[in-house]
Design a protein around this ligand. Structure first.
Ligand SMILES: N[C@@H](CCC(=O)N[C@@H](CS)C(=O)NCC(=O)O)C(=O)O
Length: 153
């Protein structure tokens, strides 16, 4: 459940440094949603420069998303975040986010790495098209950015 910025429930909770247009952020958010973890999305703007909180939380890549834990520790990289969420909030009643079979896990990592190099260009192209048509971005846009790459590849 995504909490609004400033929501009391998110005070000492899980936060995601991310962006609404970022498919990588969506991956992290989907993992949290599937596990029923309440989180606050803190939107990062890269203009005029990246924020100090992003640079401090992800000094290596300086990219979103970053999962901020209640104790202040950070987890970076959407795939790593998804795996962390899977392990940190195991759900007895829900299927694991990642396959249990080692070969299937290897395949998962392979295709994840494959898609990483392609998701950004597709999203940027889609964004340009939508801007031309004065599309108003909202949460529904994420369905498009997520589904599109999987349909193309
Ligand atoms: N491999 C990273 C990619 C993250 C990524 O490319 N994020 C973009 C936003 S969608 C970003 O932060 N771009 C800023 C930059 O490249 O400086 C992940 O899976 O989290």
């Amino acid at each position: 459940m995504a909490l609004a910025e400033g929501d009391d429930k998110a005070e000492a909770g899980v936060r995601v440094l991310g962006g609404r247009m970022s498919p990588f952020t969506m991956r992290a958010r989907m993992a949290l949603e599937l596990r029923g973890v309440a989180y606050e999305l803190l939107e990062e703007s890269f203009e005029p420069r990246k924020s100090d909180r992003l640079l401090a939380a992800n000094p290596v890549y300086k990219k979103i998303p970053v999962l901020l834990l209640p104790d202040g520790r950070a987890v970076c990289e959407s795939g790593v975040i998804a795996q962390y969420v899977d392990e940190a909030w195991p759900a007895a009643s829900a299927a694991p986010l990642l396959p249990e079979d080692p070969y299937q896990r290897a395949m998962h990592r392979f295709w994840t790495a494959f898609l990483h190099g392609r998701a950004s260009p597709i999203t940027k192209s889609l964004e340009q098209v939508l801007r031309c048509h004065r599309f108003k971005y909202d949460d529904d846009f994420f369905g498009v950015t997520l589904i599109l790459p999987t349909q193309i590849f």
